[in-house]
Design a protein around this ligand. Sequence first.
Ligand code: 5GP
Length: 183
Amino acid sequence: MSDVISQDIDRVLITEEAIEARCRELAAQIEADYDEKHITPFIVGLLKGSVPFMAELIKYFRHPIEIDFMSVSSYAGTDSIGDVKINKDTDLSAKGKNVLIVEDIVDTGRTLAEVRKLFYNKGAEDVKIVSLLDKPDRRIVDIQADYVGFSVPNEFVVGYGLDYNQLYRNLPYIGVLKSEIYE
Ligand code: 5GP
């Protein structure tokens, strides 16, 4: 942790090596599930947080897959669900496809609940979710990712795609920021 960016990190929660090893396992598990049904998954990353995780995960697939990206923002501070704004839709159609949404973290669950609904409304055959992290203590909407990398405690984490004020996404591990960064 001698690089400049790591000086803002209080502690590492999940190392780069652990994330890579888990991505191998997840890819094997996901691929086996889809192969059983002779399905080509349509893998959709939610920008921007999912980018490093998605890049690592798809390297380990041994069968053809389709990939795409989508950008949504949820209206923070409202209690309503049903409110996600699409900033960038997928380029490819999801109609009739088996969608696998790739997310960085499931927190309250609001975003994923809405995005999943959205894909069914677009005519997807099936929608599954893979998330690098899960913060089960914070859940408001009853939703569970089908595949989870790691469960994390109720702390604000950064790295491997996750940001604080748009920074720290490029950290190759998951860590907790020093408190003085927030203050
Ligand atoms: P949800 O709709 O599940 O509440 O929100 C998920 C989004 O909130 C994630 O995609 C992520 O952008 C953000 N988020 C939730 N928890 C954390 C966290 O601990 N760290 C960071 N950097 N972002 C988080």
